[in-house]
Design a binder for this molecule. Sequence first.
Ligand code: ADP
Ligand code: ADP
Length: 229
Amino acid sequence: HGAIAFKDVHFAYDAARPILKGISFEVPAGKTVAVVGPSGAGKSTLSRLLYRFYDVQRGSITVDGQDVGDVTQKSLRAAIGMVPQDTVLFNDTIAYNIRYGRMAASDSEVEAAAEAAQIADFIRGLPEGYRAMVGERGLKLSGGEKQRVAIARTILKAPPILILDEATSALDTKTEQEIQAALDVVSRNRTTLVIAHRLSTVINADEIIVLKDGVIAERGTHGELIDRD
Ligand code: ADP
Ligand code: ADP
């Protein structure tokens, strides 16, 4: 479940400058749809509207047929896992950061999620293991390590919907491939909205939406879009 439908979505931060001018597409339950386009095209704005940081000004966004405006923000956010470009971790333990959003989780659940996200090896090398502090007074994690913590958190939360907002674009090529492989596992059978700026990073998406100047300029599979170029 978790089918998402954007219908004629309009949005402007500033009325004089519309960002989204009638966007319609669906993410069928369990499928992955990628939104690509140049910087400033409004890709992240789409994910912020789905997450209800802002409300649409015309049109609608529904999840399983229900308008997101009619769902409490709490239950909506419980249904959505978000991996942003730069994960900001709390100045607390790795375990706390993995538990964030699921604070009642047990240590064994945290460990199982960490195993699935392949961060267990990294954690075993730390003197305090899962209790190691990160952030200002603790360890400084690399971009890839932070993304793995974010992925472990998502695995533990197990939301039906996943938003990957440029989740690998701040990483070097080798780390990007490792994190992409982990994300492919997490997004399998989950309704996934991927935000990316390059077509080459969303080859496996069921559909790709190309956003330009506030409208959908093109849509199709990676193969179809490449053929047209
Ligand atoms: P993308 O993700 O495609 O790079 P965004 O959705 O982040 O684009 O932004 C689309 C446009 O909206 C950009 O021109 C950006 O400057 C503008 N914008 C983004 N956030 C805000 C905001 N909070 N207030 C005003 N303008 C914003
Ligand atoms: P919101 O508060 O708008 O619902 P979230 O709580 O989901 O958004 O936070 C989005 C991301 O920002 C999370 O991944 C979380 O790690 C990070 N975050 C939120 N608040 C803090 C904070 N006080 N310190 C560090 N990171 C934070």
